[in-house]
Design a protein around this ligand. Structure first.
Ligand SMILES: *[C@@H]1O[C@H](CO)[C@@H](O)[C@H](O)[C@H]1NC(C)=O
Length: 185
């Protein structure tokens, strides 16, 4: 009788321990802090004159923390980040930044729209410009809500609050297991 009760308690503890393992795996699999790096134009093209950038962006969703890489020949192209007005007019006069390495990585730090074009003669007019809409990740923590996005400083990674949240969840589950094991006769 005593032995049977003890066995039941042990089973409960083992079930709880299994739950911890499952929860830990789920926490690791949660994409809250995961980011993606996209090579502009890939896989069918790159940063070049052939890619249909409107179509390329339409098939992807960009979230804060994701990166885009412009890969191109430095003799043929460059990358200039511009405002919406610059994008619409194919003008780089009031540019935000200029990239010329041929392998330029740009981090999409915050929710909003980013505009890039190639400033070499005729390139932008031929369609070599790209507009990236960065939207909040659907299933991330409270820190990523759209309301907080405009004031969010672009330099602080959005994954910090969710990582802290994961630690709290794990701590909660661990205390539950300890509580359950304390009740085993
Ligand atoms: C970028 O803007 C600066 C002025 O802020 C200008 O001097 C420079 O020529 C521009 N470069 C390109 C590639 O548009």
């Amino acid at each position: 009788m005593e032995r049977a009760r003890g066995g039941g308690g042990l089973a409960a503890v083992m079930a709880a321990a299994a739950a911890v393992v499952v929860a830990a795996v789920l926490v690791q699999a949660t994409p809250a802090g995961a980011t993606t790096t996209y090579t502009v134009g890939a896989p069918d093209g790159l940063w070049d004159m052939e890619t249909d950038y409107a179509e390329w962006v339409a098939r992807r969703t960009f979230h804060p923390g994701d990166k885009i890489t412009f890969t191109y020949s430095r003799e043929l192209y460059d990358v200039v980040e511009v405002t919406m007005a610059g994008y619409d007019a194919c003008s780089n006069a009031n540019n935000i930044s200029v990239f010329r390495s041929g392998n330029d990585v740009v981090t999409l730090t915050a929710v909003g729209t980013r505009y890039f074009l190639c400033s070499l003669t005729g390139r932008c007019d031929s369609g070599m410009k790209i507009r990236i809409n960065v939207v909040a990740a659907a299933s991330s923590g409270p820190g990523a809500s759209p309301a907080s996005a405009p004031s969010a400083s672009a330099s602080s990674p959005a994954m910090m609050p969710s990582a802290a949240g994961n630690v709290h969840i794990l701590a909660l589950i661990l205390s539950l297991v300890l509580f359950l094991s304390a009740r085993v006769p």
